[in-house]
Design a protein around this ligand. Structure first.
Ligand SMILES: *[C@@H]1O[C@H](CO)[C@@H](O)[C@H](O)[C@H]1NC(C)=O
Ligand SMILES: *[C@@H]1O[C@H](CO)[C@@H](O)[C@H](O)[C@H]1NC(C)=O
Length: 270
């Protein structure tokens, strides 16, 4: 009976990754643009002078949350050359686009993003123009499904999402996409990462998915499992058959032995 559960867990997990750029820029340029990225990936933070003039001989300054020095460019010098003062969090991970400077483009790329890179960034051309960007770095682990076994109400399924950030919404759905009633999820948080466990009980054979949605980063990922409800009855019938056949076989063997002995004895008398 347990074999059925473990085999089903090995069904391929399907992942739907809809990681997209989102956000809007407003006319005054002061509303933050929201950019999202998955932890560990690189992200480009855009910033350009509206005049598109050459900025190779100019200065621009990227800061995070008003105080952390992310990247400073000053007439050809910058944090990856001579200039010092970069926040250790960003050391060796931030670059500008040298070839784009002549187009007024002061965008930077942050490599191997970490959850702590999330925050509000400003790109500042002193005395001229400031752009605001909100960066959301997310962690989107795959849900993990276990079939816990039969209860008096049906088959108990458990879905665990571990280490997700920002906090995901976790749901059980049937193959038609209907959300299944579930107990309240167990939620725990450590260092901005969330562990979520959600159980549901199903009464019909079919495919069930556990969906984890993080709206802030436009991300959805799910795992699927097949549940066979009649499996229990089927297995009972199989076991009963095996026992009956076994008993019949034993009877035949015992009868055969008895008959053989009787034959031998009768032969011995003559
Ligand atoms: C600035 O340069 C980056 C990197 O090449 C590019 O992705 C972005 O589109 C450029 N921005 C503009 C406004 O051209
Ligand atoms: C469950 O999904 C599998 C593979 O996606 C499919 O072959 C099977 O027919 C589905 N079963 C049911 C009962 O919907």
């Amino acid at each position: 009976m347990e074999l059925r559960s473990t085999a089903m867990e090995l069904l391929p997990l399907v992942c739907l990754c809809l990681l997209t750029w989102s956000g809007t820029t407003f006319a005054d340029g002061n509303e933050p643009k929201i950019i999202s990225v998955s932890e560990g990936h690189d992200v480009t933070l855009p910033c350009s002078l509206s005049s598109r003039e050459n900025i190779q001989g100019k200065r621009f300054d990227w800061k995070k949350d008003g105080q952390q020095d992310v990247f400073l460019y000053e007439s050809g010098d910058h944090y990856n050359k001579q200039l010092s003062g970069q926040d250790p969090q960003f050391r060796g991970r931030v670059s500008h686009f040298e070839d784009e400077l002549k187009n007024g483009n002061a965008s930077i790329i942050i490599r191997h993003t970490k959850l702590t890179d999330s925050g509000n960034y400003i790109c500042d051309f002193p005395g001229r123009q400031t752009s605001h960007i909100q960066l959301v770095v997310g962690a989107a682990p795959e849900p993990y499904i276990r079939i816990l076994g039969e209860t008096k109400d049906g088959e108990l399924l458990q879905c665990v999402v571990r280490g997700a950030s920002p906090k995901p919404k976790v749901e059980w759905k049937d193959s038609s996409g209907n959300i299944l009633p579930a107990k309240d999820p167990q939620v725990s948080e450590r260092g901005g990462r969330y562990d979520i466990t959600l159980q549901t009980t199903v009464t019909e054979t079919g495919n069930y998915t556990c969906v984890s949605t993080q709206e802030e980063i436009n991300h959805q990922i799910y795992a699927e499992t097949f549940v066979s409800i009649n499996g229990g009855i089927f297995n009972t019938v199989t076991i009963a058959c095996v026992i009956v056949i076994g008993v019949l076989f034993l009877l035949v063997v015992v009868l055969a032995v008895i008959l053989c002995r009787r034959n031998n004895r009768q032969r011995g008398r003559y």
